[in-house]
Write a protein that binds this ligand. Structure first.
Ligand code: SF4
Length: 190
């Protein structure tokens, strides 16, 4: 009997998004965040007991099937599930996908967290920092002006980030409307 692989507590998955990083992206919104930014767009992701457990291997199989250019991990707070996120990022890179993480932790905080340096080493793009409502921005992948987009490899240029739409609307087969991106309208957001 083989040991179970790493899992992630997941809020939602979108196989092909264009508003959560450059190109087409497989997006995983993790479940659970303790940072409590006032005005957070995703309060439904805060409760770490909500959502569902998904094996990282299953997410990687979905990523491979999606044909997406890259993986984006958002939340919720990815660094509060560091082991699972690290396994997911490594698996994505092994598939040749680009990697991007949205974290509410600032870069210095990330470096000091368990597995923080290892996660940073697996990223092409990091957007870091709390959401600060009074500095609301909503362009270039930044929810607020204090956040920074860090190009950690040469895979993308600033023009690639600037070309990402601020929001997208997806209408599911059941008619449900889901809005995502950094400048969503007041609809349900992932
Ligand atoms: S870090 Fe992100 S998910 Fe967590 S409270 Fe802040 S904006 Fe919301």
């Amino acid at each position: 009997m083989t040991a179970a692989g790493p899992t992630l507590r997941v809020h939602a998955v979108e196989p092909r998004s264009r508003a959560n990083g450059p190109g087409t992206r497989f997006v995983v919104w993790v479940q659970g965040c303790t940072l409590g930014c006032p005005g957070c767009f995703n309060p439904g992701t805060h409760d770490a007991t909500a959502g569902r457990d998904v094996e990282v291997a299953e997410l990687l199989a979905q990523l491979a099937a999606s044909g997406a250019e890259g993986l984006t991990v958002s939340g919720g707070e990815p660094l509060e599930q560091a082991a699972g996120v690290l396994a997911l990022l490594r698996g994505a890179r092994a598939q040749g996908r680009s990697t991007l993480v949205f974290s509410g932790f600032a870069l210095d905080e990330l470096r000091a967290r368990p597995l923080g340096p290892e996660i940073i080493a697996e990223l092409d793009v990091l957007i870091d920092g709390r959401y600060v409502a009074r500095e609301r921005l909503g362009v270039g992948l930044r929810g607020s002006a204090n956040q920074q987009v860090r190009l950690l490899t040469d895979r993308y240029a600033e023009a690639d980030i600037a070309a990402v739409p601020e929001a997208e609307v997806r209408i599911g087969p059941d008619g449900a409307v889901v809005l995502s991106g950094v400048a969503p309208l007041p609809l349900r957001r992932r």
